[in-house]
Design a binder for this molecule. Structure first.
Ligand code: ARG
Ligand code: ASP
Length: 715
């Protein structure tokens, strides 16, 4: 109980400003913690306008889109905006060779043409309440980690059940400040979400992976959906009878644009950050595990590109894989570089010295934390590395990841029921279909050879899965001849043979799986994990978790006049900052906005990422920007600001001082991507597509002006 009283005391202290821009704040605490500062920075609305449980507020227009992005409602008929890369899967699923919406774009010209997306949900937070005292009831410092966890789970379950019953909402409890505070969150989940529009990929993904994580950017990264509900206005599964959702609030969109220095804020669902880690953890991430992961990914990407550049079919087959591998590859490079540039590890070390001095002076119970971190992280290092080599090296080979999908079938016995067998075979068939559709064997073989060379060379002797030793023993270290026989002998390289295996599958075929060299390699990775990594890693992680909980609490006690924000945890947050260019390098300055002129400068009909649509060129040549161009006659495309965002903030609205929407967030600048570990006011920038470009594309380019007419446009 004492702890909670202390927390409240911290929250009520007059705040000392931290870096402008840093922080992802809890909407319900804005009034208490941030309103004054936000208004001093230029905001003209109140915290109550942003988050209120008594009246409609901006929060009623913000949703979690699917499971990993943010979306916002922009009309009184449930029209919703998010990123193109957030709606990508849906757009792809509706695409075929005849109707290639990825390439051509898609626009529903009436509500009848809007396309349902089974499985896609939109989650809206109705309210949140602090429940720390209730969750921690009966928890004491003397409890073991397991006892503590068990008690917390028990309490949470009971609280959730009760709240669900009383409210009728979906209810979750999330921990904040690393298990030091708990909030109950009430959500409404909508299930009939239809695709309304998407620009062609030339616009929605302009610049592709080349420009990803970078500024200056010219991507029209948006797509349009609509929420449907039943006749009573309640969430319901798809039905032709459903009607457009009438929200309590929808965001007005402003055509007035942004100027350098303008106040902005971003309202959305940041996924994960780790701002309060000790130096040992930052070192492990940025200096120990990122570098080999980067190298292994780069190796794959080079091979993907080599083939993609000469074969258009392969380019399509490997487009999504390439994007997936490339996204975090690039992020990790930026992150490690950024931490070095900031001397991030030294800064954390300095802080730890002060911290230790403080614990000694106070003679409190936190004295052992830093040495304990040192111990666990030094032990964790070899396990983490081994796990990463396994994931990025071993399972970077598509064949092995595919063989893993046959694990269940490999355990079939006489006792397996027909029903169980049928469902296993069915899921293996589905896996096989989607695998072979996008599989190009020569790529995977080359990848296997390259990755295994690195894996063999770099992984310490006592952390090698069995099959690496097999290469040494049986193949005298000749990776290439091992890979040759792997691909020659395995049935998992051939759709025909896999089909044959799955036809009339019974326990008698199990041997065929078990003896397959690809399945053997997969099993060797899995056994290695089970025998050598799983248990110690879980123990070390649990130890670190409880250390981290205490360390968080201790930091807040030590810096009792600092205003703390909790790490991102996929709950709704507000972050605010200013529209601002930056200096990425000596003598270089990046302006805060981009325009259509830049798209024409980047245009290259021979490079896939930089092809410009004919229609867009025409509009450019005629300077036909309608009411969407800026005062100087340019068509704005993107802008940057110092809002502290992370993954999950994609699709979030960027709002101006009056709470009107001016852009859609979709990325961060590369030089600032270490903001998940350490925010840098000089370099950390979020990237948004200007709402004027979004409306221009809808209206002038796609002829879907009826969608703009639905919105509340401020001019
Ligand atoms: N970097 C952005 C994010 O983390 C956008 C990724 C999608 N774009 C791409 N070119 N892969 O999600
Ligand atoms: N692109 C990220 C997303 O999809 C946003 C970010 O990491 O800044 O959520």
């Amino acid at each position: 109980m004492k702890r909670i009283g202390f927390m409240l005391a911290v929250l009520m202290l007059p705040f000392q400003a931290i870096f402008a821009g840093e922080g992802m704040w809890i909407p319900m605490l804005l009034k208490q913690l941030n309103e004054k500062e936000m208004q001093a920075m230029g905001m003209r609305i109140s915290a109550e306008d942003i988050y209120s449980v008594n009246q409609s507020s901006l929060k009623d227009a913000i949703v979690l889109f699917g499971r990993g992005c943010t979306g916002e409602i922009v009309s009184d008929q449930g029209l919703l905006l998010t990123n193109h890369h957030c709606g990508y899967r849906q757009i792809q699923q509706h695409s075929s060779v005849e109707n290639d919406y990825l390439t051509e774009g898609f626009w529903a010209m009436s509500k009848e043409e809007e396309l349902p997306n089974p499985g896609l949900t939109v989650t809206m937070m109705k309210k949140m309440e602090e429940v720390t005292a209730q969750v921690l009831e009966g928890v004491s410092d003397e409890m073991s980690m397991e006892e503590r966890k068990q008690k917390i789970d028990e309490n949470s379950k009971a609280l959730i059940e009760k709240a669900k019953e009383e409210s009728g909402f979906q209810v979750v409890i999330k921990d904040f400040f690393i298990d030091n505070q708990y909030y109950m969150i009430y959500n409404e989940v909508y299930k009939d979400i239809r695709l309304v529009g998407a620009p062609p990929s030339n616009i929605g993904k302009f610049g592709g992976d080349t420009d990803n994580w970078m500024w200056p950017r010219h991507t029209g990264d948006f797509s349009v959906f609509r929420i449907y509900v039943d006749k009573e206005g309640k969430p319901a599964e798809y039905s032709a009878e459903n009607v457009p959702f009438k929200p309590d609030y929808h965001l007005p969109v402003s055509l007035n644009g942004v100027e350098e220095g303008d106040f902005t804020f971003v309202f959305g669902y940041p996924a994960r950050t780790s701002e309060y880690l000790p130096s040992y953890a930052v070192n492990l991430i940025t200096e120990v595990t990122n570098p080999p992961k980067i190298k292994l990914r780069e190796t794959r990407l080079d091979i993907f590109s080599k083939y993609a550049n000469t074969d258009p079919k392969v380019r399509i087959q490997y487009a999504a894989k390439h994007a997936g591998v490339a996204n975090y590859w690039k992020k990790m490079i930026g992150e490690s570089k950024g931490i070095r540039r900031l001397n991030g590890i030294e800064r954390k070390q300095d802080f730890e010295q002060d911290f230790t001095a403080w614990t000694k002076k106070e003679n409190n119970r936190y004295q052992g934390i830093i040495p304990a971190f040192e111990d666990t992280y030094s032990e964790l290092e070899k396990y983490s590395l081994a796990a990463d080599y396994m994931r990025e090296g071993g399972f970077g080979i598509e064949l092995l990841s595919f063989a893993a999908r046959f694990n269940k079938l490999s355990e079939v016995t006489k006792e397996t029921t027909d029903e169980q067998l049928e469902s296993m075979v069915k899921s293996a068939q589905l896996a096989s279909e989607s695998f072979f559709k996008d599989y190009h064997l020569p790529i995977d073989k080359e990848v296997a050879e390259a990755l295994l060379e690195i894996y063999r060379e770099e992984q310490a002797d006592d952390f090698r899965p069995g099959f690496l030793n097999l290469i040494d023993r049986k193949y005298k270290g000749d990776v290439s001849s091992y890979v040759d026989q792997l691909f020659e002998k395995s049935i998992f390289t051939s759709q025909e043979e896999v089909d044959k295996l799955l036809q009339n599958f019974s326990h008698k075929q199990v041997k065929k799986i078990l003896r397959d060299p690809a399945f053997e390699a997969y099993s060797s990775l899995r056994n290695f994990y089970d025998d050598k990594l799983g248990t110690p890693m879980k123990q070390l992680a649990a130890r670190n978790d409880s250390l981290q909980r205490l360390y968080m609490l201790a930091q807040m006690q030590m810096q009792s006049d600092k205003r703390f924000y909790p790490d991102a945890n996929f709950s709704l947050r507000v972050t605010y900052g200013n529209v601002d260019g930056y200096h990425p390098a000596d003598a270089v300055y990046y302006n805060y906005f981009t325009t259509l002129d830049g798209i024409m400068e980047k245009e290259d009909p021979n490079i896939y990422d930089y092809v410009v649509e004919e229609k867009l060129k025409e509009l450019y040549q005629q300077q036909d920007f309608g009411r969407y161009g800026d005062a100087k006659g340019h068509m704005p495309v993107g802008f940057v600001a110092s809002n502290h965002t992370t993954g999950g903030n994609s699709g979030s609205p960027v709002l101006n001082a009056d709470g009107q929407m001016i852009g859609i967030n979709f990325d961060r600048c590369w030089e600032g991507t270490m903001s998940d570990l350490m925010y840098d006011p000089a370099m950390s920038r979020n990237i948004a597509v200007d709402i004027r470009y979004v409306l221009f594309i809808m209206d002038k380019f796609a002829g879907a002006g009826h969608l703009v007419d639905e919105m509340t446009v401020i001019q």
